[in-house]
Design a protein around this ligand. Structure first.
Ligand SMILES: O=C(O)CCC(=O)C(=O)O
Length: 316
């Protein structure tokens, strides 16, 4: 206890009361030891304002990046080293087309529809089928699983169309059937651990609608070409993102879809054609849609040399 002077009133508090006053003051500042402060429910208006502020920040950052074509453009790199890939693309979450990293892979010369049919033969494979009958074929993947001998699958896709497609979703089921193709593949030691990627086989017109992935992803084009549209995560507000990782816009090149979702008309987007021997790094959260321009064989990889576990904490 403290005395302030001989005749002055005692302004000090009993120890317990002083302690309580201190704790009350700290509690007001959210510093109470032990017990967490009771959270005041967040009001809808506050959430909306917080979201608006986040969108504002993303818009400002996009405008700032647009000041430099180097900062805002889609870059192509010739066989970047592991360190350059990490520092310039993987860690910043920036897409890049990589040329020259698949040089010498026998698959680049060999993988025609005829060679694939002869090598995999009659082995049963799983594929995604009946896609023409349902627009939500990617969301409802399980409903579209089908099985056929691989040579029959090749006949199904040879003439083109989107109805049948072997995708990464079928990878586990097809591991044994595709084992004989592995000697035709190389490794990408600068970026990945030593494991082969997930195979995609489809005909001209196979279409994967607009979505983003919950991991960083590396595409390796082997046969044919694919036209890909990439859209930065900052544009999400304009893409009707309602279901899981999918956009209700589905296809930002389809005028009917754009009429239904006019906000998607002027999204910032990058368009590229992936040709045999090209890699495309798609960072986590980047929207993309993919259309095969011919018969296509491709691999996708997620086994990077660096952490890649965004899916662990994805809300919902
Ligand atoms: O090539 C495709 O059709 C789609 C690839 C893709 O979207 C992905 O791997 O996330």
């Amino acid at each position: 206890m403290r005395k302030s002077g001989k005749n002055a009133p005692d302004l000090s508090l009993p120890a317990a009361a002083a302690d309580m006053q201190m704790r009350m003051a700290l509690r007001q500042m959210n510093f109470a030891p032990g017990a967490a402060p009771a959270a005041r429910p967040v009001r809808d208006g506050e959430t909306a304002l917080a979201l608006k502020r986040r969108e504002w920040l993303l818009d400002v950052m996009d405008r700032q990046r647009a000041l430099s074509s180097y900062a805002s453009g889609l870059l192509t790199a010739e066989n970047p080293s592991s360190d350059d890939f990490l520092h310039l693309f993987y860690a910043p979450g920036r897409p890049v087309i990589i040329k020259g990293a698949m040089t010498g892979w026998p698959a680049l010369e060999k993988w025609t529809p005829d060679y694939l049919a002869a090598t995999v033969g009659e082995a049963m494979v799983e594929y995604q089928g009946g896609r023409d009958e349902a627009a939500d074929y990617e969301l409802m993947k399980d409903r579209h699983k089908r099985r056929a001998p691989f040579s029959r699958f090749i006949e199904l896709v040879r003439g083109g169309g989107n109805d049948a497609y072997i995708t990464a979703y079928n990878n586990a089921a097809n591991a044994a059937a595709f084992k004989g193709l592995e000697p035709d593949l190389g490794y990408l030691d600068a970026y990945l651990t030593r494991a082969h990627g997930m195979l995609w086989f489809g005909g001209q017109g196979a279409f994967t609608p607009l979505h983003f992935d919950l991991t960083n992803n590396l595409l390796a084009q082997v046969t044919g070409t694919k036209r890909i549209i990439l859209i930065p995560p900052s544009q999400t507000r304009q893409l009707a993102h309602r279901r899981h990782v999918f956009s209700d816009v589905h296809d930002v090149t389809d005028p009917r879809r754009l009429a239904a979702h006019p906000a998607a008309r002027d999204v910032l987007r990058y368009e590229l054609v992936l040709t045999p021997g090209d890699l495309l790094f798609i960072p986590i959260g980047w929207w993309h849609q993919v259309r095969s321009e011919s018969f296509s064989a491709m691999l996708t990889y997620t086994n990077f040399l660096w952490p890649n576990a965004g899916h662990d904490s994805y809300p919902g």
